[in-house]
Design a binder for this molecule. Structure first.
Ligand code: ADP
Length: 402
């Protein structure tokens, strides 16, 4: 505003000077007088603009338009998607539809302690004016058993309170998953560690003097340490993949080449079943991907098919492209399959159908969770179809590179 005023004053001065100069050039006749007068009037008008601006700057803001008092409160709380109640003298005088859906249609006019049957809530809602109303209260037991609510109470007058309930079920579930994950990971690491420490103790107490026992114990300790290393590797993979979740992969990956490369790597490790691994790679466009992560997907899926497939039955890896926008990768085994009730939970961390079998086969319970995260990062889709007694087909769809 001050800048604009300075410009206007400058322009007014300019006009006055220019009109004076013009009058001098024209001379002292009537034309010169008219030019000087017009210039002076223009300069005054421009300068006056600054005076009216000053007035606008100091004038109070116009009053807000009046709102209709009564129906408005109900309309406003009805527009809130979470449950809101207005309580006057401990009675519920207004409740929006989410509040009535949660607490019952009958709550209007009811004592708020009956409407929200919860001891902590009742205490807060009946507390005196100096009770420091601000802290939210966490409520369990409203709605379904799993739901978690956060209740906020604010005073809107001597006897009027606004109660706002916020659904925290989602963040509570996320917290619980994180806590469970840390507990599971610690447990998975502690078991082999306890075993290793136990064997060290026994060896120190004299068992190590017998070379046969020592060798047997060392072999077990090596197995347990390897299990720990696999778990730590998978945990690190998971955290790396999660950290890169929102970074789009930027390599061009030819899946056909990758399938053959992984087949060679797996065959060299699992040479007992190397002959069971069959690949059928069709001509397919490349995908935009992270080569190391896609290799990990193949390793995990082929590893599972070999682990849970019956010995001497084929594990088939196929790459198919039907000309559509996605490239299809399938890994099929002829194992015992997975009962349908387990299918939705297979990609959860540490979820196993048969823990003993998974551990005996060197599983960490993290393989499919890693696969799911990688596929999501590639904007692909993971599908597991299984028939108990027949086998399992895992399909990964990945967008073809344009
Ligand atoms: P794990 O390291 O235990 O194999 P995963 O996350 O890779 O962990 O798999 C989770 C569970 O899913 C396994 O423990 C197993 O019970 C089941 N599973 C995975 N793949 C197969 C399969 N091809 N056939 C049968 N069961 C499977």
């Amino acid at each position: 505003m001050a800048g604009e005023r300075a410009i206007r004053a400058g322009v007014a001065l300019g006009i006055a000077v220019a009109s004076g100069a013009a009058a001098l050039i024209i001379g002292s006749d009537a034309n010169a007088i008219v030019v000087a007068m017009v210039g002076a009037i223009a300069a005054v008008l421009v300068a006056l603009g600054t005076v009216s601006d000053d007035a606008a700057e100091t004038a109070p803001p116009p009053p807000a338009p009046a709102l209709p008092a009564e129906p408005l409160i109900s309309d406003v709380i009805e527009a809130v998607v979470e449950p809101v109640l207005i309580v006057a003298d401990r009675r519920v005088v207004r409740a929006n539809s989410p509040a009535r859906a949660l607490l019952g249609q009958h709550i209007l006019g009811e004592d708020v302690r009956l409407a929200i049957r919860h001891p902590a809530a009742a205490e807060r809602l009946t507390a005196g004016p100096d009770s420091g109303d601000d802290e939210p209260i966490h409520l369990v037991g409203l709605g379904t058993r799993e739901q978690r609510w956060e209740m906020h109470v604010r005073r809107a007058g001597p006897s009027l309170r606004v109660v706002h309930l916020i659904d925290r079920t989602g963040s509570y579930a996320a917290d619980r998953i994180r806590v469970d994950f840390v507990a599971n990971a610690s447990h998975e690491l502690r078991t082999p560690l306890a075993s290793i420490l136990g064997f060290i103790e026994t060896l120190r107490e004299g068992a190590g003097d017998d070379p046969e026992i020592r060798d047997r114990f060392l072999k077990i300790m090596f197995g347990e340490a390897t299990r720990m290393r696999r778990l730590v590797d998978d945990l690190m993979s998971l955290s790396r993949i999660e950290a890169e979740k929102y970074r789009e992969p930027d390599q061009t990956v030819r899946l056909g080449d990758l399938v053959e490369e992984v087949r060679a790597e797996v065959s060299s490790i699992a040479d007992r079943r190397a002959g069971d691994l069959v690949t059928a790679v069709a001509d397919a466009p490349p995908v935009r991907g992270d080569r190391a992560q896609l290799s990990q997907v193949l390793h995990n899926l082929i590893g599972n098919a070999l682990k849970y497939g019956r010995p001497n039955t084929p594990v088939t890896v196929e790459l198919i492209h039907d000309g559509g926008p996605m490239v299809r990768l399938t890994v099929r085994d002829e194992g015992d399959g997975i009962p349908p009730e387990h299918l939705p939970r297979l990609t959860e961390r540490f979820y196993r159908v048969d823990s003993g079998r998974s551990r005996a086969a060197g599983g960490t319970g993290l393989g499919l969770s890693i696969v799911k995260h990688i596929v999501e990062r590639h904007r692909g889709r993971l599908d597991i179809v299984s028939t108990p007694g027949t086998g399992t087909i895992v399909t990964v769809l990945l967008p073809a590179s344009r």
